[in-house]
Write a protein that binds this ligand. Structure first.
Ligand code: BES
Ligand code: MN
Ligand code: MN
Length: 458
């Protein structure tokens, strides 16, 4: 494959420039002000596929558009579905960015921009590896289908609706799926991720008196919605880090002893980890290690919370309303719908008099583990070793990619989670970056992946 390797090497600058064009489009799916930018990103991706000579189409959904593309059939070789997302998280807080989020900037071997690692820089590695095959060999050794969506960061509703239709499922029929939207274990240590957590995301709105009150005149005699919110939220988890929603742990897939040993054998340094995020201590569910807590145990996090006076100085007010957004990360076999139902009953039972509550179920997804013993996994491992110069380790991760379960239930296929990111890439946070060397290694690994997967029997 030296011809393909050389081609990729020769296109370094062109690939980086192209990545910058996509990164400059502020395709923030959560923010309706960016609707037309999201659309523009979809068009950019579809145009890119057409320039490669692939058939490509933009499919409109109730939300953001999907970009589909496919290469010609290759009889006898497997069909691989590549998924990615061109939408990005909001860039806030803007003032903490060293260079603006949508002005991609190269600095110390990284490219800084919102979406650089999550997921534009990662999914483009598969587009560019495809370009490398087509430019040097005129055809691919297997059939590729691409599905690049624009709502991954907000729950993937459009793509879920699309997959309800049997005609769409036939269109995406494949033997295996590939997603690069996860991380390596550490810099210099690539990984294949075999498990992801699910999620159940909620907003809880409490309202009390008709309007804000004087906290001296009324305090103590009227239920304070902010106090109530704190109490209700703290009832969700105990001091041992155990979630208190009835039935929550019923179906939790337990960690096997073997898996715990494998996690413990990974070179993970708690001190380095604390240093990386700037904390001096850690906490979590009792009797589990940090990697176990992050990768394979269900958790509860408040994602946003607000009520009352937030301005300068002190204001003695009893707020009329209080709101929180919070989510549970789930592990395989937990059902987000069951969690939602049990949570609603529990919260109603602890909601104090004088408070009206509204619980909004925002989105949910199940966790997954994928089999490690498939020929596709072995092919992916060889491809990564060739692109990164080191064999991957097998890890789980704590984030969620809802489509992975969907691919299993709707298309009957497993997904290879081949992530080129790093845990300190600042995904979802200020100064998101992607290591450019990993970007190029990812393109090489992907180009090799098509050759390795083509050898798998179908
Ligand atoms: N790329 C992430 C998922 C991810 C993060 C995988 C970290 C592995 C490690 C993805 O874009 C993401 O952020 N997903 C959301 C899903 C949610 C909106 C349903 C997440 O995990 O919060
Ligand atoms: Mn992502
Ligand atoms: Mn994300």
């Amino acid at each position: 494959m030296q011809d393909i390797r050389d081609y990729i090497e020769s296109q370094r600058n062109a690939f980086e420039d192209d990545l910058c064009h996509l990164l400059a489009i502020p395709s923030v799916s959560a923010d309706s002000k960016h609707r037309s930018d999201v659309r523009r990103a979809a068009e950019w991706v579809a145009t890119r596929f057409r320039e490669l000579g692939l058939q490509s189409e933009i499919v409109n959904t109730s939300g953001q558009p999907l970009v589909l593309a496919e290469s010609p059939d290759v009889p006898g070789a497997p069909t691989v579905l590549v998924y990615g997302h061109y939408d990005v998280q909001p860039p806030d807080p803007l003032s903490e960015w060293i260079t603006p989020p949508f002005e991609p900037t190269r600095r110390d071997g990284n490219i800084y921009a919102r979406g650089s690692t999550d997921d534009k820089g990662q999914f483009l590695t598969h587009v560019f590896s495809t370009q490398a095959w087509l430019a040097t060999r005129r055809s691919l050794p297997l059939k590729l289908k691409f599905l690049i969506e624009g709502e991954e960061e907000v729950g993937s509703q459009g793509v879920n609706e699309f997959l309800e239709d049997p005609a769409s499922r036939r269109r995406l029929a494949c033997d295996v799926a590939v997603i690069s939207d996860t991380c390596q274990f550490a810099a210099g240590q690539p990984a294949i991720t075999y498990g992801l957590r699910g999620i159940a995301y909620f907003e809880l709105r409490l309202s009390g008196p008709r309007q804000d009150l004087h906290s001296g005149t009324f305090g103590g005699g009227v239920t304070n919605p902010a106090n109530a919110l704190c109490k209700m939220l703290s009832s969700l988890i105990d001091g041992q880090g155990r979630i208190q929603v009835p039935g929550f742990y019923d179906n939790v897939l337990a960690l096997s002893d073997r898996e715990r040993q494998q996690f413990a054998a990974l070179p993970f340094d708690e001190r380095d980890f604390m240093g990386q995020i700037g904390v001096e201590g850690l906490s979590g569910e009792a009797s589990y290690s940090t990697l176990e807590r992050r990768w394979a145990r269900p958790t509860f996090d408040i994602n946003g919370i607000w009520s009352g006076y937030q301005g300068e100085g002190a204001k003695t007010v009893l707020p009329a309303r209080a709101t929180a957004k919070f989510s549970f990360r789930l592990v395989p076999n937990q059902d987000p719908h069951k969690v939602a139902a049990s949570l609603a009953t529990h919260l109603r039972s602890v909601c104090p008099p004088g408070i009206q509550m509204e619980l909004i179920d925002m989105h949910g997804a199940t966790g997954v583990v994928v089999p490690l013993d498939s020929p596709y996994m072995a092919a992916a491992s060889r491809a990564i070793e060739s692109g990164f110069g080191k064999a991957p380790v097998y890890i789980r991760e704590g984030g969620s990619i809802p489509i992975v379960t969907r691919f299993k239930t709707s298309l009957g296929v497993d997904t290879l989670l081949l992530g080129w990111g790093l845990n300190d890439d600042n995904a979802h946070s200020p100064n998101e970056k992607f290591c450019l060397a990993d970007f190029h290694r990812g393109i090489q690994a992907s180009a090799r992946l098509w050759a390795e997967l083509a050898e798998c029997k179908v």
